[in-house]
Design a binder for this molecule. Sequence first.
Ligand SMILES: N[C@@H](CCC(=O)N[C@@H](CS)C(=O)NCC(=O)O)C(=O)O
Length: 287
Amino acid sequence: MTTSSALIAVSEQRCFGGKQLRFKHQSAVLHCEMQFSVFLPPQAELHKVPALYWLSGLTCTDENFSSKAGAQRVAAELGLALIMPDTSPRGADVADDPDGAYDFGLGAGFYVNATEAPFAAHYQMYDYILQELPALLQAELPLSAAKAISGHSMGGHGALVIGLRNNAEYRSISAFSPICHPMNCTWGQKALRGYLGDDETKWQQYDAAYLLAKQGSQLPILVDQGLSDNFYPAQLQTDSLVKAAEQAGVAAEIRLQAGYDHSYYFIASFIEQHLRFHARHLGLTSA
Ligand SMILES: N[C@@H](CCC(=O)N[C@@H](CS)C(=O)NCC(=O)O)C(=O)O
C-alpha cells in the first residue's frame, strides 16, 4: 500500500476535557483529499488510548456523528477515542450517481472496494477504513492498536461487514439500524450492482447476514433497531441478522426498540450503552 501524506489540522475544539478535532489528508487508497473527525479523550494526553471507528450512513459526512450523537461525554469518561470518517471519496473528479440520487455515489460509498468503472478509481472505502486510516492514525495520534467498530444504517452495514471479515482487527462490533442483508433490499442491490457489477456472488462478501450465517463471529455483537424507523423492515431486514446469528450459533445481542426512528435522536438515546459495551471489550472497564 502506498504511504499516505501527513495529516493537516482543520479545526480543534476543547470538549469534555478532551479534543474534538478535524483533519484532512491525501488518501493514497481513494486517490482524493479526505476529511475526517476525531475525538481524543483527556487520557490521550497521558498515554495511548483505544479507538472506536464510527461509520455513518447515507448522505452523511464525518460531522453528523460528532455534532448529533452526544458521544463525547462518555467517551471522555471511558478514555475512548472516536474516529469518524467520511462516507465516500470526495472531489470534483469523483464519479457520482448519474441522477444525483442520495443512495449511491457521493455520500454513499457503502464501505466496499468497487470494481466497476468509473467507481473503482476512487470508491475503495473498505480498504480505507480497514487499512489506510488506522495505519495513518496510529502513526500520527496517541492511539493504541486496539479498535472497535460501529455505525449507522449504511455505516452499520459497513461496521458489521468489516468487523465480521476481520475479527482479529477489532475487539467488538455494534450497529444502529444496519442494512443487514443488502443483497436483498433496493438500497443494497443498487449499490452492490453499481460498485461490483452484475455477478451477485461477488456481493456476498459485503452482506452481513450472509457472512454471519456462513462463518459466525468471534467478536461480541450489539445491534439496536428502532421499531418506528421508516426504513424498517424493508431496507434493513433485521430479522435476517437474527436468523443468521441463530444459524451460526452466535450470541449476538439484537434489540428492537419500540418507538424509536432512524434518526440521530435514536442514536443519541443508546450511544452510551454502545460505548460502554465497546469499553468492556477493549479492556477499559470490567464487566
Ligand atoms: N435523504 C434520505 C434519507 C437519508 C438518511 O436518513 N440518512 C441517514 C443515514 S441512512 C442519516 O444519518 N442522515 C443524516 C442525519 O440524520 O444527520 C431520504 O430522504 O429518504
